[in-house]
Every structure is written in structure tokens, then in C-alpha cells.
Write a protein that binds this ligand. Structure first.
Ligand code: DGY
Length: 321
């Protein structure tokens, strides 16, 4: 029978479907697996189903003798897997696009609102019983409506973010995308494409990242680009931690180069630097972009579809390598 390994616990409904179709081994402890455990998994299972918290660098695929034929990634982003090395080892890689678009864009909007309106700070004040009553100058934030949102990466999630902010909050929306987006398509989402990342940074009161991590996008936001942002602007990151040079971001926040940041992802998750945690002008979430019952179940079902197709000798619908 086909042996599959889930590297973490998944929504119960998906675990049940998998157990009915395959010989399924669960990581009952639900703790991250280290490199040695993942290497062993690749030697002992036909399919390994990793998540963003599993690192699969090229070294894990070297040396041959691997039983694994497919990595069914639970997530749309897959920069934690060296896909070129997996492919060279004859292992197919799939992901879960589409089903987490709305929830991730919703979370990006909630970070944007939270950092602009200082809701994290306000909540901390109330919980600490430190609120001394309403007054006209208390905890003043920034108005969102009528401001300019700059999106970096106009894929599914970038478009969903544009739609929400243009049609929900009456924001002006501009974006940078590596390839040209048809004007009609951009208009459908109430957005305008600009030529360069710098053009977007110059125009935007809020910059929201929606590009993949890794490769050329590593440190796309660096010290020079924070300096190029409009005075008083905010950064929102629900994409990947390595798109941002975290040390440069902390420096920019501490020195007031930018006004604030709303972050769901970090360079070395789950570690979040103490200097970042010490700042009041940031809203920090623990990688919750896709964290709704509906979405996590849909992501799991996509993995099921991918590996079921693969082991039936068909092309998996979401093959990335
Ligand atoms: C994704 O799907 O990429 C989420 O960030 C979880 O991995």
C-alpha cells in the first residue's frame, strides 16, 4: 500500500480522507520535524506532505535511495523546498493555490487597519487597565480611506487585496508586477500598474507584499527601499519573511523612516526578534494568513486531490515541479 507521512496534524476531516485512501502516518506530537527525521521520511514513505515549517534543502535530496515520489505541500508557497533538487531526485512537488486567496487577503486588510488605527496598542492598553478615558488626542492613527495602497506582486492574493481596498475602502491602488498585466484586468480590480518597485514605494501610503519568497525576492525590501518609501508610510507583509530584510525593517521602524508595519511572516519563524516585539508601531501575527477552518480544510483536500491523481497515474492538478 502507498505509505504517506503528514509532517504535522491536519484538519480532522482531511486526515480521515487520507487514512481511507492510503497507509497514513501522522506526526502525532505535531512538532516540527528536524532534518534527520525528514531525510528518513524521504527514504521510507512514497509521499511526504510537508508544510511551511518543514525545511527541505538540497542536501535532503542528495545521495539517492529515496522512496518518496511526491511532496504534496500543504500551502501555496513552497520556497521552503528546494524544488530543483527535488525534481533532480525524480520527486514531484505540488502546492495548494486558489483556496487561500480570500483568507490571506482578509488578513492583510486586517493588518493594514490594525496598524493604521493602532488597534493592537489600544487593546493592550485596555487589557492593562491603563485607559484613562476618551479625549480628542488619544491614540490617534491614520485614516485609510482615500489613501494609496501599493501592492508588490499582482497574483491571486495581490488582486484580492486590491479589490478589497479599492472597492471596500475607497483607496487608490497601484501595483508592481514582474510581468505586464493587461490594463483591463488591472481595472477589474481597481488598480493601476507602475513600472518599478520604486515607483510604487514613492506613491504608496501603505505597501503590501504579495510576491513569493525565495530566489530574487529575498530581501526585496531592504534599507534602500525603506528609505525610498513615502514619509509616514506603512509596510504590510503576509507573503514570506525573507522578502523583507528584517534587520533593516527594525532599523527603519526604530528610526521613524517608516511609520509602522503589520506582519504575519518572519525571516526565521517562529523566532521573532526581541527588538521587533518591543516596538509599539507594529502589529505582529503568528502566520495566520490561511488560518480558517474552511481554508485549512480546503488546502488539505487539494493535497488529497494532488496525491490521489499522482498515484492513479494522472497529472496532479497543482504540480509545481
Ligand atoms: C501558504 O500557503 O503559503 C501559507 O503561507 C502557509 O504555508
Amino acid at each position: 500500500m502507498t505509505r504517506i507521512l503528514l509532517t504535522r496534524r491536519w484538519p480532522g476531516a482531511v486526515e480521515q480522507v487520507l487514512a481511507a485512501r492510503f497507509e497514513t502516518v501522522l506526526n502525532e506530537g505535531d512538532r516540527p520535524m528536524d532534518a534527520a527525521a525528514l531525510a528518513e521520511a524521504l527514504r521510507n514513505f512514497d509521499a511526504v506532505l510537508p508544510t511551511v515549517s518543514d525545511r527541505l534543502p538540497d542536501t535532503l535530496f542528495a545521495g539517492g535511495n529515496l522512496r518518496a515520489k511526491i511532496l504534496g505541500n500543504f500551502g501555496v508557497g513552497y520556497n521552503h523546498i528546494d524544488v530543483a533538487a527535488a525534481k533532480a531526485a525524480g520527486i514531484v512537488v505540488t502546492n495548494t493555490p486558489g483556496v487561500l486567496t480570500d483568507c490571506t487577503a482578509d488578513l492583510a486588510v486586517s493588518l493594514l487597519l490594525a496598524v493604521a488605527r493602532r488597534t493592537g496598542e489600544g487593546e493592550r492598553q485596555v487589557r492593562a487597565d491603563a485607559w484613562d478615558g476618551w479625549r480628542p488626542t488619544h491614540m490617534i492613527g491614520t485614516k485609510v480611506s482615500g489613501k494609496t495602497l501599493g501592492i508588490i506582486g499582482f497574483g491571486r492574493i495581490g488582486k484580492a487585496m486590491a479589490k478589497r481596498c479599492r472597492f471596500g475602502f475607497d483607496m487608490d491602488v497601484v501595483f508592481y508586477n514582474r510581468s505586464k498585466v493587461a490594463e483591463e484586468e488591472a481595472k477589474r480590480f481597481g488598480a493601476r500598474q507602475l513600472e518599478t518597485v520604486e515607483d510604487v514605494l514613492k506613491a504608496a501610503d501603505f505597501v503590501s507584499l504579495h510576491c513569493p519568497g525565495g530566489g530574487e525576492n529575498r530581501y526585496l525590501m531592504n534599507a534602500a527601499r525603506f528609505a525610498a518609501m513615502k514619509a509616514g508610510a506603512y509596510l504590510i507583509n503576509t507573503a514570506r519573511g525573507d522578502v523583507v530584510d528584517e534587520a533593516a525593517l527594525i532599523d527603519a521602524l526604530e528610526r521613524g523612516v517608516i511609520r509602522g508595519a503589520g506582519l504575519d511572516v518572519y525571516e526565521a519563524e517562529p523566532a521573532v526578534p526581541q527588538r521587533l516585539r518591543a516596538l509599539e508601531n507594529v502589529v505582529l501575527l503568528p502566520h495566520l494568513g490561511s488560518a480558517t477552518e474552511e481554508t485549512r480544510t480546503a488546502m488539505g483536500m487539494k493535497v488529497v486531490d494532488n496525491i490521489t491523481a499522482f498515484f492513479a497515474g494522472q497529472e496532479p492538478p497543482d504540480r509545481v515541479a
